[in-house]
Design a protein around this ligand. Structure first.
Ligand SMILES: [Mg+2]
Length: 397
């Protein structure tokens, strides 16, 4: 019912801009989630089975991996006959890489190597786990979309000395099953941006339940979950992970994306990480990445921050290629030099300036130490590739 009235209200707020041909005479017709099968399943039925007693030594493990698109998560479940104590206890596993854009049909066995364990917020057993894996082709080499392997290699070289921390701000948009931003009127647009960011109220914010369920599930899982907020475009949200040392922020981001999509699936709602889900005067979605080293965090760390920015300024192209799964093509739609973004071709930086490639937050400039914020990564970026580019440019070379 809340959504129904939200729709009514938006319709009243519709602007009369001529570029937006809005039918003010169409009667409101509540079609939210009408065609979403999952929205209609009775979720109570599963609860009956979840409370059945299962053998104590049986553990359900969900293996997660990134498919050949570089942006979608795949998963399959297996039952273990022991309780794993560490990720090294877990067996490798094969899957059909020809069905995930990762191998040819005649040589399709692709290998999952377990890398990190999280508690599973969906399965009923207290030992049930989510397992972050990376993927290897038949020849033993990392698959093309496995950006984790090279990040791990570089991290092993620099982690001890530099203690790199990453914090990532994940923006995303909720859609109805037909691809329309969730809660938007069927014919037309909501009122222009302004009242929605960090807002409250049924006429401004949609699906907060989902957002709050996600926060709790991530905390339960062991993600360094740091917060959430409603974003500038209605139906757009953000959450943050980190700051965390080394690989953890990237692993956490992938796990948190999986959890978000699972919860949304239960509601019958679709999550998109597309960096520009609606054309026009609507903010795109990014994955601003906050980065620091031991030297940047120490007194007088501004020197180390400026040195890193100097290096970054020389590698704009390398970073743009690493910052979305289509090597810059996705970000072309988002980094337009307007709507709180910088130009895709030119590197820029500044204090407290959100139209820059790299921003130094005001508090960091005042304290002369802290971190930098790289605002270029798109919302559908692979954090292994993003953190990998930062580590390579600023620390390895
Ligand atoms: Mg944001």
């Amino acid at each position: 019912m809340a959504l129904r009235s939200a729709g009514l209200f938006i319709r009243k707020e519709l602007t009369s801009t001529t570029s937006r041909q809005l039918s003010t005479t169409t009667p409101l017709n509540n079609t939210f989630l009408k065609n979403s099968p999952n929205a209609y399943l009775n979720k109570q039925i599963l609860e009956r089975y979840k409370s059945l007693e299962t053998p104590k030594n049986r553990v359900q493990a969900t293996y997660l991996w990134i498919d050949g698109t570089g942006e979608n998560v795949r998963l399959k479940d297996r039952v273990l006959d022991f309780v794993p104590k560490a990720v090294s206890d877990l067996p490798k596993w094969q899957y059909d890489g020809s069905s995930t854009y990762q191998a040819a049909g005649e040589n399709s066995d692709t290998t999952l190597v377990p890398r990190a364990i999280y508690k599973d917020p969906f399965k009923p057993g207290k030992n049930d786990i989510l397992v972050v894996c990376d993927t290897y082709s038949a020849d033993g080499k990392p698959t093309e979309s496995n950006k984790r392997a090279s990040l791990m290699e570089d991290m092993n070289k620099v982690e001890k000395e530099h203690e790199p921390w990453f914090g990532i701000e994940q923006e995303y948009t909720l859609l109805d099953i037909d691809g329309r931003p969730f809660g938007w009127p069927e014919n037309g647009f909501p009122a222009p941006q302004g009242p929605y960011y960090c807002a409250v109220g049924a006429n401004r914010v949609y699906a907060r339940d989902l957002v709050e369920a996600h926060a709790v599930a991530c905390l339960y899982a062991g993600v360094d979950f740091a917060g959430t907020n409603a974003e500038v475009m209605p139906a757009q949200w953000e959450y943050q992970v980190g700051p965390s040392l080394g690989m953890k922020a990237s692993d956490d981001l992938w796990v948190s994306r999986y959890i978000l999509q699972r919860i949304a699936e239960e509601y019958g709602v679709v999550v998109t990480f597309d960096p520009k889900p609606v054309e026009g005067q609507w903010n795109g979605a990014g994955a601003h990445t906050n980065f620091s080293t031991k030297a940047m965090r120490a007194d007088g760390g501004m020197k180390a921050i400026e040195a890193a920015i100097q290096k970054l300024s020389k590698h704009q192209e390398r970073h743009i290629r690493a910052y979305d799964p289509k090597e810059g093509k996705d970000n072309e739609r988002r980094l337009i030099g307007r709507l709180e973004t910088s130009s895709i071709t030119e590197f820029s930086w500044g204090v407290a300036n959100r139209a820059c490639s790299v921003r130094i937050p005001r508090g960091v400039a005042d304290a002369q130490k802290g971190y930098l914020e790289d605002r270029r990564p798109s919302s559908n970026c692979d954090p292994y590739a993003v953190c990998g580019a930062l580590v390579r440019t600023c620390l390895v070379e």
